[in-house]
Design a protein around this ligand. Structure first.
Ligand code: 26Q
Length: 835
């Protein structure tokens, strides 16, 4: 055996106290801990360790340091009986942990140096990590940013969700089409979670309800269910940046109860017994990959109830354990509903308080109503969650009864307030009567919550004037806005270390990472030529990194000197990736028609997943790749236009894109994108935005200044007017020669090997229906892109605008958002824990 690198031949470690070796923060301690973990946890000698062994050893080394802080923090929160935020979310799109935890612990450099001493390639180790993709997109990533900020701004918090065994699918591109591969993030183990096998709660489904009289003669209801599963807790610590505060992310895995099979087993029904077990474990098996409700999926309703019930039972357990009585439950906890996915919590808390803990209705309702707050993330009518009464009755019969009772009392209140207005009563009911009776989850959430908020100014105003107008008229004081934010730790410091270094050097220290408004200090440097050159060098280096990655993973060679024009987000008609495409084809056509036509060299980069059942979104991916194939191989445009599709847009891949973008595409139809958060990530990394007045774009433009933002398109008001006046896309198609020839070119089969039918569903839909008014905004968009091209030719001016964009992004830190929630909505205070 060669012993050169085995632990036996290491120089003897000075006898230090055990804790120092296990949790010390010096380079030496980290190195020793890594060696110990590789040996004692992974059971490997260095010379036979696989990359995954090395990653695991590094992860356990970091985890030990997290756990030490977590236990101290938990004790401190317990001693102070701190009011706690519970963030209920069906999705947490965390992204890789290792680099982020190193940063938040403040040991990035020490760990790298230890790695060098051990002759390890640290970036290779980091690349081994499988990211937990337990979310679809914006909403799930927002929950993850908020966990990071809750810890960083030192607010006691628990995130509750589902430990999906399969997260969002991996996307591959085959022949230009999206192909979904299952995500197996747990296959090599997950070093960041701690299973709490003893912490489990029963969750019931189906059956019927019975009335009975308790020992005091009171009439009570019992739920005789016909299926029971257990939820087992898996905990992941989330450490704040530069503090000792650690939040808990508690995700539930479903298991069959231990006694599940005896009955069936004893009567010889082996198959039935195993089947019941499999069914129980199916609950937390897979994340639904669509980002709007797919009609009537029973399993999805069960998932929602499953995690909500476990979470509330856990909160009740914690409260009884520390306080002993449920009377003060709402003083101890505030529960934030991340959209309506956990809205069943309103009915479930009522059930637990009334049926299980014998509380009277009025007190239970008072507690419930003071516990919950609800965030709305969408205005699209088709994305508002409803469940058929029939399905509800089958799965959650007791909850349906409770919802009827909540509704009865609520509608009485409406009738008293708006005498004789039965239309209003019908509109506001928790049960819709049109097209089969359905439970409206948003109405349940608003009625059951003491605060309701939208996620950007424009969105919150539209919530009040459109989908929840009647509720706003009844309870105006309930409605708030909290504009979304993103964490600068992950989205600047981790993903763009060169930029972070330049900012820290320029500002003098890293305070900006805790107080993003410090970025304002960069403003004067926008006029400093030397600084601008360094700024550009940082951007170009990131573009080179991305170019290398794209060459390896998307098989496209791109020029880092060209303008990187990026649209990365879920594929959706309302987000209008096809508007971007129409512009690309327009440029292509101009060059073909006039070889002397001058356009600035551009690389168009797309990224994003389509819901597997969303035909039009998948066709858009195919069209992007088809246009790319033609343009990228046309010698006449070589060196000028390139189109690349980044496969498998994820948190990790996003972190490759944001630093490298020059232009960020935020081109949704005004009034449709609730907020957007990618818009913030790009701008924070120095991309300029081309965008509509939609979602948080409005506020980004306000902050960075209209002269540093490429605005185009109709306003939400104009959209509404145009729609009600009657919208006729066909006339626009006929009236704009360039647009017409672009669409005709797509229909000619040029991008589909001569097949004129392939993209017809898309082009016909645009010309005939165009529900997201792509054609109405086409001319304004193409003209605006021409202004972008002109601006790009003035490098100094462009860099100046890029610097000002970053300098003015302070508002969009998720720390600011969390502080607003804490003050205006949750009424919770920071509980600092030193590190
Ligand atoms: C619901 C029921 C059944 C199956 C799936 C769903 C479902 C799943 C995910 C519905 C919606 C989603 C995700 C929505 C989402 O990501 N919305 C985005 O939230 C961001 C954070 O607030 C905003 O920035 C975006 O504008 C908004 O689109």
């Amino acid at each position: 055996m060669t012993t050169a690198q085995t632990p036996q031949s290491e120089p003897p470690v000075p006898a230090a106290p055990r804790e120092r070796t296990r949790t010390g923060m010096s380079q030496e301690a980290l190195k020793q801990a890594f060696i110990d973990n590789l040996f004692y946890v992974q059971g490997r000698f260095r010379d036979v360790a696989t990359p995954n062994d090395l990653y695991m050893a590094a992860a356990y080394t970091v985890r030990d340091r997290l756990l030490e802080r977590w236990l101290k923090c938990a004790q401190s929160y317990k001693d102070s009986a701190a009011r706690t935020v519970c963030y209920l979310s069906a999705e947490f799109l965390l992204g890789p942990h290792l680099a982020n935890n190193l940063l938040n612990l403040g040991i990035t450099e020490a760990a790298h140096a230890a790695g060098v001493e051990l002759e390890l390639d640290f970036s290779e180790i980091m690349a081994t990590e499988e990211e937990p993709g337990l979310g679809n997109g914006g909403l799930g990533r927002l929950a993850a940013c908020y966990m990071d900020s809750l810890s960083t701004v030192q607010i006691p918090a628990i995130g509750y969700g589902i430990r999906y065994e399969f997260g969002i699918f991996d996307q591959e591109i085959e022949n230009g089409w999206q192909v979904e591969k299952s995500d197996t993030w747990l296959k090599n183990g997950n070093p960041w979670e701690i299973p709490r096998y003893k912490l489990r709660f029963p969750v019931k489904f189906g059956g019927h309800t019975e009335q009975y009289h308790d020992e005091h003669g009171a009439l009570r209801v019992r739920w005789a269910a016909d299926l029971e599963v257990n939820g087992v807790a898996y905990d992941t610590p989330i450490l704040g940046y530069g503090v000792g505060n650690v939040s808990l992310l508690r995700l539930w895995k479903s298991e069959a109860p231990e006694s599940f099979d005896f009955q069936a087993f004893n009567v010889g029904d082996y198959y039935g017994a195993v089947h019941a077990k499999i069914e129980a474990e199916t609950l937390s098996k897979v994340l639904y990959p669509n980002d709007e409700p797919a009609a009537g999926k029973e399993l999805r309703l069960k998932q929602q109830y499953f995690f909500v019930s476990c979470s509330l039972q856990d909160m009740i357990r914690l409260h009884l354990h520390t306080v002993g009585s449920l009377d003060s439950f709402a003083e101890k906890f505030v529960a934030q509903l991340n959209d309506t996915h956990p809205a069943l919590a309103v009915a479930e808390l009522m059930r637990l308080l009334v049926d299980e803990h014998g509380m009277g209705w009025d007190q239970a309702w008072d507690i419930t109503h003071r516990t919950f707050c609800y965030t709305n993330h969408t205005l699209l009518p088709e994305a508002l969650e409803t469940w058929s009464v029939r399905l509800f009755e089958k799965i959650l019969p007791r909850h349906l009864e409770l919802i009827y009772e909540i509704n009865r009392r609520f509608l009485d209140e409406v009738r008293i307030r708006f005498l004789g207005d039965e239309d209003r009563v019908t509109r506001m009911s928790l049960i819709s009567e049109d097209g089969g009776r359905r439970v409206r989850m948003a109405h349940l959430a608003v009625v059951g919550a003491r605060a309701v908020n939208g996620v950007a100014e424009l969105h919150s105003n539209l919530v009040k004037t459109t989908i929840l107008k009647d509720f706003y008229e009844l309870w105006p004081e309930r409605f708030h806005n909290v504009t979304n934010g993103v964490t600068p730790r992950r989205f600047i410091a981790v993903s763009n270390p060169r930029l972070a270094k330049l900012i820290t050097e320029t500002c003098g220290d890293d305070r900006w990472l805790r107080d993003l408004s410090c970025l304002r200090q960069l403003e004067p440097y926008a006029d400093d030529a030397e600084f601008r050159a360094r700024w550009r060098a940082v951007k170009t280096a990131a573009k080179r990194d991305l170019a290398r990655w794209l060459e390896q993973h998307a098989w496209v060679k791109v020029d880092p000197q060209s303008l990187f024009d990026v649209q990365a987000k879920r594929l959706h008609e309302y987000k209008r990736q096809h508007l971007n495409l129409l512009h690309i084809v327009s440029l292509y056509q101009r060059i073909k028609q006039d070889p002397n036509h001058s356009v600035v060299p551009r690389t168009f980069i797309f990224g994003g997943k389509a819901a597997p059942g969303y035909y039009m979104a998948k066709l858009m991916i195919k069209l992007i790749n088809a246009v790319g194939e033609v343009i990228n191989h046309d010698p006449q445009v070589n060196g000028t236009l390139r189109v690349a599709f980044m496969p498998n847009f994820s948190v990790q891949n996003g972190q490759r894109l944001y630093p490298a973008a020059d232009l960020s595409e935020q081109i949704s139809l005004a009034g449709k994108e609730a907020s957007g958060t990618g818009n913030m990530k790009f701008s924070m990394n120095g991309a300029l935005t081309i965008g509509t007045l939609d979602g948080a774009n409005v506020e980004i433009r306000e902050e960075v200044g209209p002269e540093n933002f490429f605005l185009f398109g109709m306003t939400a008001d104009e959209v509404r007017q145009r729609q009600s006046a009657g919208y006729h896309p066909w006339e626009i198609y006929q009236g704009d020669a360039e647009l017409k020839s672009v669409i005709d070119l797509i229909n000619s089969g040029l991008f589909s090997h001569g097949d004129p039918t392939l993209f017809r569903p898309l082009t016909d839909h645009l010309v005939n229906q165009d529900p997201f008014m792509v054609l109405a905004d086409y001319r304004a968009y193409v003209d605006c892109q021409a202004r972008v091209g002109t601006a790009w030719t003035d490098q100094h001016q462009w860099d100046r605008m890029s610097i000002l964009n970053v300098a003015r992004m302070g508002k969009f830190s998720s720390d600011r958002a969390i502080r607003e929630y804490a003050e205006h909505i949750w009424q919770v205070e920071a509980k600092p824990v030193a590190c």
